[in-house]
Structure formats: structure tokens, C-alpha cells
Design a protein around this ligand. Structure first.
Ligand code: GDP
Ligand code: CA
Length: 319
């Protein structure tokens, strides 16, 4: 049985995983999820990326939005607002609240996040093993200049409240240096036949996972093909504001620049969209095998085709 490890953020990672499951139905898939986006709200621990993967693969996602639950209502949020209790800019629906209540209750009882995630997945049956990158608290902060003053704000405040409308001066995964990979993470990488980077945000999703000491090294040392898919198509993110956080780490918004940012020490293969076929040579010159294929996840069939192309490229670089 083929063992595949995927480092995933939220929407881009989750949608890709749906295609991967269709392309490789027999494979044993372990997903290492980003927890740098996690935030404490109303006394609850919210893990947006883990939940997006869990809901998407488990059939509970709001398809149009790409995050949150289907058939959602917002009564609790309205009641909180009536008390003047915010933040109002973060959308938490009633169904979604239940997930965060269960998670927070289990964490308070002493269970690590990895065990809590496994328990939540018992209900959703995502068909993959979903492990948070770490059980330790890591929180991505973004340095910005607001009203003439420099300050660091939580990633969600930058992304959701400000919609990345100001420049990100720096992106810091606070706590990452002291964090340990969650149980099972390094083992899954060591036993993998292939490691995939889906078209997730290279800085605040995949980059944050790689910032947990030991994970990058384990992937580089695993001796198996590592293949990524570009989240940048035609010099712009397909959705979201990834260009803002790429600029903060000095990386241009192009499919080739993202591949070079990961580097040939980590990445063996890279898929760019057909509109970026001009970038293939640059990526190959950097020592990374590169192919141009359609990379728009318009439907399940197109996404499964992307996953197939990634697995084929992995076999090619395996040699
Ligand atoms: P987030 O945590 O919800 O922001 O999700 P991820 O980090 O997993 O993915 C976000 C990235 O997915 C963005 O940078 C998008 O450019 C990328 N993305 C979304 N849809 C597509 C798609 O259809 N094709 C490609 N190539 N990238 C996509
Ligand atoms: Ca995210």
C-alpha cells in the first residue's frame, strides 16, 4: 500500500486532498495540519485549518465558502453581539461552535490536540489520518504598520479583519521554535513513500508546518520524492492574499519563485499551471523537476487529475 504524507493548510490543502483520495483510493494518507492559524475566541480553541480539512473530507463543509459548516446559522454569534462581546469579524456559526466546545472541553480535561483531533475525526471519518503539526501552541503573528505605529497582530486579525489590506512586514510563527512535532508526525514522514505539498499557502500554511523543528529535516532526510503543486497561477494566488505574506519573506508571487523558496534541498518535483509553462526551465535550472499541467481545482475530476500528475512526477523523480 502506498503511504502518502501531505502537509496541509485550509482550503487549498483540503480541496487537493479530496482529489488525492479520488486519485489514490487505496493509499494510506496522513495529513499534517497547520495549527499556526489557531485562535482562542470566547474561551474556546478554534483550529480553522484542521477543521477545514476535517469538514471538507467528512462532507460537512460549506462548499461555496470553503470553510465553516453547511446549513449554518449564527444565533450564538448574534446573542454574543447583543452582549457587546466580539470579535464580530470572525465567522463562527452555531454548528461550528459545537466542534470548538468539544475540542476545548477535551483540552481542558488534559487531552493533547492530536488526541482531540482524532476524536473529532471519529465523527467525520475524513478517510485520512489527520494530525496537527504539533500539540504545542504555535500562533502566527504578522508585523504591520497601523496608524503610523508598528505592531504584531494575530494572523487571523491580519487575514480576516484587515483582509491583508496593509503590507505584512514580517510573519512570525510564535512558539514554533519551542514546539515539538505531534506524536505520529515524524513516524509518518519516515514511513512515507511520497510527501506532497498541496497548493497551500507556502508561508503561513506549509511554511509554518516546516518551522516546527524536526519536520523539515525529517522530510529532507526521508529519501523519498517530495512533490509540490503551485498555489500561484499566472503570478497571482488563485484565491486569498498569499502574495502579501510571500512579499513579507521576500519571495515574488510566481510559481517559480515559490519552488525556489522551498528549494531543491527539500523539493524534488514541482507542478506549475499550464499558463506558467514558461517557468518550467527556471525551476529545473534550480534543480527541481518541473511539469506544467492544469492546476485549477474546478471540480473533483480536475483535482484528481492534479493529484495523479503529482504522483506521476514523484515516480519520475524516484527514478
Ligand atoms: P487556507 O489556510 O484556507 O488559506 O488554505 P491553504 O493554505 O491550504 O491554501 C490557500 C492557497 O490555495 C492560496 O494561496 C490559493 O492560491 C491556493 N488555491 C486555492 N484554490 C486553488 C486552485 O484551484 N488551484 C491552485 N493551484 N491553487 C489554489
Ligand atoms: Ca489557514
Amino acid at each position: 500500500m502506498q503511504r502518502i504524507v501531505v502537509l496541509a493548510g485550509g482550503i487549498g490543502g483540503a480541496r487537493f486532498l479530496r482529489g488525492l483520495k479520488a486519485a489514490a483510493p487505496e493509499a494510506d494518507i496522513t495529513v499534517i495540519g497547520n495549527t499556526g492559524d489557531d485562535i482562542h475566541l470566547f474561551g474556546l480553541k478554534v483550529c480553522p485549518d484542521l477543521d477545514t480539512v476535517m469538514y471538507t473530507l467528512g462532507g460537512g463543509i460549506n462548499e461555496e465558502q470553503g470553510w465553516g459548516r453547511t446549513d449554518e446559522t449564527f444565533k450564538v454569534k448574534e446573542e454574543l453581539a447583543a452582549y457587546g462581546v466580539g470579535p464580530e469579524w470572525f465567522g463562527l456559526g452555531d454548528r461550528d461552535f459545537a466542534t470548538h466546545i468539544v475540542r476545548s472541553q477535551m483540552l481542558a480535561a488534559g487531552y493533547p490536540l492530536s488526541a482531540v483531533t482524532e476524536a473529532l475525526c471519529d465523527r467525520w471519518q475524513p478517510g485520512v489520518r489527520l494530525i496537527p503539526m504539533s500539540d504545542d501552541r504555535v500562533e502566527t503573528h504578522v508585523a504591520v504598520e497601523l496608524d503610523g505605529e508598528q505592531k504584531a497582530i494575530h494572523f487571523q486579525e491580519y487575514w480576516v479583519r484587515l483582509r491583508a489590506s496593509v503590507d505584512a512586514l514580517a510573519v512570525v510563527p510564535v512558539g514554533a521554535e519551542q514546539a515539538k512535532p505531534a506524536p505520529g508526525v515524524l513516524e509518518a514522514i519516515a514511513e512515507a513513500d511520497v510527501v506532497l505539498f498541496p497548493p497551500s499557502n507556502p508561508v503561513v500554511s506549509v511554511g509554518t508546518i516546516l518551522a516546527v523543528p524536526g519536520i523539515r529535516e525529517a522530510i529532507a532526510d526521508a529519501g523519498v520524492p517530495v512533490v509540490g503543486l503551485s498555489p500561484i497561477v499566472g503570478d497571482a494566488p488563485v484565491r486569498g492574499m498569499a502574495d502579501k505574506v510571500l512579499a513579507a519573506v521576500g519571495v515574488e508571487s510566481s510559481a517559480a519563485a515559490v519552488a525556489e523558496h522551498y528549494g531543491s534541498g527539500l523539493l524534488d518535483g514541482w507542478l506549475v499551471d499550464t499558463v506558467d509553462k514558461g517557468a518550467v526551465e527556471q525551476v529545473e535550472t534550480a534543480g527541481i523537476r518541473c511539469r506544467a499541467v492544469p492546476l485549477m481545482m474546478t471540480d473533483l475530476a480536475a483535482t484528481a487529475e492534479m493529484a495523479r500528475a503529482a504522483l506521476e512526477l514523484a515516480e519520475e523523480v524516484r527514478g
